[in-house]
Design a protein around this ligand. Structure first.
Ligand SMILES: O=C(O)c1ccccc1N[C@@H]1O[C@H](COP(=O)(O)O)[C@@H](O)[C@H]1O
Length: 212
C-alpha cells in the first residue's frame, strides 16, 4: 500500500488541542475512553470534542477491554474504534463499526498470524510492550521486527516524536503513524508546536521516500 503517510494524534482532551491538531493537518484524532488513562475522557467530553472535528478527519475511540455498553454509547461520536487490550476478534466486531486492533510487540508475537486472526481489522496498530501497561508508554520498539508483506495496513506507534518519526518512516514505510506522548507538553495536554513539528517531519520523510 502506498501514498503519503497518514497521521493520527491520540489522547486529545481539550477543545483547543482538537483545533490545533486539525489546523496542523492530522488525518485522525484519538480519544481515550479507557478510564485508567491520564488522557481519559468521559462520554460528555467525548461528545463535545467530537463535534469540533470537521469532515474528512477521522474520530477514533481508544478502548481497553471495554464494557460493550460504553462502546455502543460512544460509537455515535466516532468513526473508528481502536481496541488496545486483550479483545478477541468477536469483541472487536460486536459494535458493528469499523475497527483497528492494537498489538503490543511482546517477544514471540507472530504478526502474520495476528493479521489473519484479526482479519476484520481495518489495520493493525503496533505499539511497544511493557508488562502490565496497555499502551501509551512513550517507548519505542525494534522496528526491524515488523515483517514486510503483512496482510493488513500497519499503523506504527510507540514513542514517536518529531525527532524520530522520519527514521521510523524510512525503516518501516507504515500506512500511518500514531503519536500521543511525543506531542504533549504534559500528560493529556497537547502542544501545538510539537504537533506542527511532527507533521512537518512526516511530510519531509515522505518527500524523501517518494523522491528517492
Ligand atoms: O494514551 C494512553 O493513555 C493509552 C492508554 C492505554 C492504551 C493506549 C494508550 N495510548 C496509545 O498508545 C500508543 C503509543 O503512545 P505513545 O505515543 O507512545 O505515547 C498510541 O496509539 C496511543 O494512542
Amino acid at each position: 500500500m502506498s501514498g503519503r503517510t497518514r497521521v493520527k494524534f491520540c489522547g486529545l482532551t481539550r477543545p483547543e488541542d482538537v483545533d490545533a491538531a486539525v489546523a496542523a493537518g492530522a488525518d485522525a484524532l484519538g480519544f481515550v475512553l479507557w478510564p485508567g488513562s491520564k488522557r481519559a475522557l468521559d462520554e460528555q467530553r467525548l461528545a463535545e470534542l467530537s463535534e469540533r472535528v470537521p469532515a474528512f478527519v477521522t474520530r477514533v475511540g481508544l478502548f481497553v477491554d471495554p464494557d460493550p455498553g460504553l462502546v455502543a454509547r460512544s460509537a455515535e461520536h466516532l468513526d473508528l474504534l481502536q481496541f488496545h487490550g486483550d479483545e478477541s476478534p468477536a469483541d472487536c466486531e460486536a459494535a458493528g463499526r469499523p475497527w483497528i486492533k492494537a498489538l503490543r510487540m511482546r517477544d514471540g508475537l507472530d504478526l502474520h498470524a495476528a493479521a489473519e486472526v484479526y482479519g476484520g481489522a481495518r489495520a493493525l496498530l503496533l505499539d511497544a510492550y511493557r508488562p502490565g501497561v496497555p499502551g501509551g508508554t512513550g517507548e519505542t520498539f525494534d522496528w526491524s521486527r515488523i515483517p514486510a508483506g503483512l496482510a493488513k495496513p500497519v499503523i506504527l506507534a510507540g514513542g514517536l516524536s518529531a525527532d524520530n518519526v522520519a527514521e521510523a518512516i524510512a525503516a518501516v514505510a507504515p500506512f500511518a503513524v500514531d503519536v500521543s506522548g511525543g506531542i504533549e507538553a504534559a500528560p493529556g495536554i497537547k502542544d501545538a508546536a510539537r504537533m506542527a513539528a511532527f507533521l512537518r517531519a512526516v511530510r519531509r520523510a515522505d518527500d524523501a521516500r517518494f523522491d528517492a
